[in-house]
Design a binder for this molecule. Sequence first.
Ligand code: B12
Ligand code: SF4
Length: 448
Amino acid sequence: MNFLVVNPWIYDFAAYDFWLKPLGLLYISEVLTYLGHSVTFIDLLNRHDDDLISKYPPKDKKYGTGKFYNEGVEKPDILKNIPRKFKRYGLPLKLFESKLEAIKKQNKVDAILVGITLTYWYYGGEKTIEILRNFFPSTPIFLGGIYSTLYTKHAEDNFSKFGVNISPGTGMSPLKTVLEVLNEDTIKLDNFNWFEEIDLTYDFYASYLTYVVLVSSVGCPFHCTYCVTPKMWKFQYRSIDKIINNIEYVLKKRPYVKDIVFFDDAFLLRKDIKELLKYLSKFDVRYHLPNGIHARRVDDEIALLLKKANFKTIKLGYESYDFNIQKGTGFKVTNNDLVKAVTCLKNAGFDMNDVYAYVLVNLPSQNKNDVIQAVDFCHSLGIKVNLNEFTPIPGTVEYEELVKKNAISSNIDPLLLNNTIIPYWSNFGLSIADIEEVKRYTKAKYIN
Ligand code: B12
Ligand code: SF4
């Protein structure tokens, strides 16, 4: 069959290409190819799209990150009162339409697959599907990804107007359901260890790429109260030789790629991490870990191996200064763990401009002082801070508690749970003034 796979636009108040690649859709596309189907892939967030760069050359920033092309758009009614600009990030509408026109002329599309990652990005998915439906009025469209998994009912209700099939779940079960609906054979997916067997080849991108994103593991063995990862995935890691072969494949085809990014939730927690790091050092690339890594796992040996392999961006999961919050939310880290990790990274020779700690802002149990203390603590250690505004996610303890307290409704529109706008309407957590104050405080601290 001929599949058209589309990574939708982002409609949001802010978005930046911090190495964003649609891993879920890429895996689905790789498996479809493995099963013998043909895939046409459109990534509306590809800043290096050949048709885009002739008009809007991308300005790459540090380590291949950069600004998306964007245009101001009308806010959906529910966000009308938020005093911030709303934008569509990704390829211009006309460009998307011309691509669809060309695809329609060239080949028959049997089914269309779309995936939405962050739950409050569903609006961009909706706008993307609206266009797809205009071009392909009767082609089956399937929507999967984290939004469909966590908000299945919302997705069913909201996307029924386009006749979209919602495909929730992680692993290969959603794809299996899609193929069953299309009356395709799924026997090869039975007992198929897709995470071990399937490479992310990046062959679906015809364009130049400055970086590639991989995952060496899915899931996490911790159970932090605000995080939904352990509910979606069983912790599993890919064998080292497969990871190395995958990187070899990509670099052979794209020797100019200088940055490899791991999107793992628990990169350091595999048992053979030291061996993996030794193998990774054989490639002449920079590596980045934009998702928080586990500070407790960083010892002198791991720090040295990370340095030798040429890891650059390191983000340590820290979240809060308060021991009771650390303990109450899952105990993945303590202040002593952070001190030890930073000391080891310093001793190994890491540039402290590349080492960050994630600090949560607006966790329901948190006050302004906790954020300030966490920032002061990171500053005293000589590392940078990423302030991470909290968002309640269905299936987490915080979400359920907020529903129980009537602070949020159980059928709340996910658009309202966009972390940057929660303080504009909610009566839990910090006020907008407080959040702006901690942001100003953090900025000033690092300028002085
Ligand atoms: C990578 C990542 C990011 C990346 C971006 C992801 C992207 N490319 O869009 C970055 C670093 C930018 C990011 C940012 C944030 N993230 Co994040 N992120 C993740 C992470 C770790 C991995 C996602 C991933 O790539 N998984 C691997 C792929 C293989 O899995 P997948 O996408 O689910 O795809 C599978 C299935 O869903 C399915 N599938 C997918 N699409 C389709 C389509 C069809 C048709 C079918 C059939 C199947 C299918 O098949 C795939 C294979 O099984 C998840 C946690 C997790 N483990 O999921 C959190 C997660 C999505 N993030 C989360 C959060 C909280 C955030 C932040 C808000 C953190 C913060 N407070 O600042 C910020 C958002 C900032 C912003 N507004 O931009 C939350 C969810 C939030 C939400 N409301 O949606 C998650 C779940 C983690 C958590 N804390 O619980 N994140
Ligand atoms: S350690 Fe990180 S990925 Fe694991 S459960 Fe906690 S927040 Fe989620």
